[in-house]
Design a protein around this ligand. Structure first.
Ligand SMILES: NC(=O)c1ccc[n+]([C@@H]2O[C@H](COP(=O)([O-])OP(=O)(O)OC[C@H]3O[C@@H](n4cnc5c(N)ncnc54)[C@H](OP(=O)(O)O)[C@@H]3O)[C@@H](O)[C@H]2O)c1
Length: 296
């Protein structure tokens, strides 16, 4: 690949992860184009990705060196209630973007999830058997297959539950816990499912490192995985928030109930990335303190 500044097209640029990718890639002086749909604001290009003709025209016009495909439906209730639309966006659109990318010589990095695993035998290697428990996880597993079927040089990056600077607390399954902590209502929070949360900036930096390595001629393709380096339950996250903001937590009790649609412990093996010298982890208490300060 040439030494010119790479042009990066980011889908889902208005989303939790996409916003961080745009920020970090701009800081690194990449030539970035961000796509969004309902939240396309200043600096973002509006495009309904499920309009495949429009997507083809846009990619052929912009001719990016890389596409970071972060757009997806990931809210479980939306996946349930709008399953057909979710399959179109999460699976068929991912496959379409990958096919166009491959045809014009653009490299795609497709974002997937640890929810492709059932969480019964962690840590999961990248080639471990997948067994998603939820419809969301199934669509993401199918999206990986759709991408790799048409773009053999594609990279998949599986990531864990995310937190970061949110537009509303409910935007992240981690930050929404602050509402629970701040309410005075007695409630129980899961102390069963194990999670390895990641700050969105860490994922964006991992993506930037992957792009930089490919630019240098490294042969990256197939499935890569990142899990945050601290394993915690949601109850542990509540306790961490309570510590950093000196908020009382005695109204919250730990629940040991399992969920049939959430993996118990989907921690992923990260050696595919660390062997390449790629690793970014913000200590949870530091990251959450910075992200949530404006909500206290
Ligand atoms: N958040 C997590 O905890 C988590 C965990 C593991 C994996 N992931 C994966 O990480 C990726 C990014 O997730 P996220 O949390 O950033 O998602 P998000 O905050 O829900 O954002 C979704 C993005 O997709 C865009 N989008 C939705 N429908 C679209 C359409 N028809 N056309 C164009 N764009 C459309 C949205 O644009 P508008 O809002 O402008 O419409 C938004 O930018 C996804 O692949 C997700 O599966 C997320």
């Amino acid at each position: 690949m040439s030494s010119k500044v790479p042009r990066i097209l980011v889908t889902g640029a208005s989303g939790l992860l996409g916003r961080a990718v745009i920020k970090i890639f701009k800081q690194k002086n990449f030539d970035v184009i961000g796509l969004a749909f309902s939240r396309a604001g200043p600096g973002l290009v509006k495009c309904d990705l499920t309009d495949h003709e429009a997507v083809t025209t846009l990619i052929e016009r912009e001719r990016p060196d890389f596409i970071i495909h972060a757009a997806a439906e990931r809210f479980p209730d939306m996946v349930e209630s709008r399953y057909e639309e979710t399959c179109l966006l999460n699976i068929r659109t991912a496959g379409h973007i990958a096919a166009v990318a491959y045809r014009i010589g653009s490299r795609i990095i497709h974002i997937s999830t640890d929810y492709v695993f059932d969480g019964k035998s962690p840590p999961y290697k990248a080639d471990a058997v997948c067994n998603p428990l939820s419809k969301y996880g199934s669509t993401k597993l199918e999206s990986e297959k759709a991408v790799l079927a048409v773009a053999p040089n594609a990279c998949i990056l599986r990531i864990p539950v995310l937190y970061g600077p949110v537009e509303r607390l409910g935007e992240s399954a981690v930050t929404c816990l602050l509402d629970v902590l701040k309410s005075k209502k007695p409630q129980s929070v899961s102390h069963h499912d194990q999670r390895c949360p990641a700050h969105v900036d860490d994922i964006a930096n991992i993506l930037a490192d992957m792009v930089a390595l490919i630019m240098k001629g490294a042969n990256l393709s197939g499935i890569y995985q990142w899990s945050g380096r601290e394993k915690m339950t949601k109850y542990d996250m509540i306790l961490a928030m309570s510590r950093v903001f000196s908020l009382p937590h005695q109204h919250i009790s730990p629940s040991h109930a399992a969920s049939p649609i959430r993996p118990y412990d989907p921690e992923m093996d990260v050696s595919g990335l660390t062997d390449l010298g790629i690793a970014h982890h913000t200590k949870f208490e530091d990251g959450i303190k910075e992200c949530l300060a404006r909500w206290i």
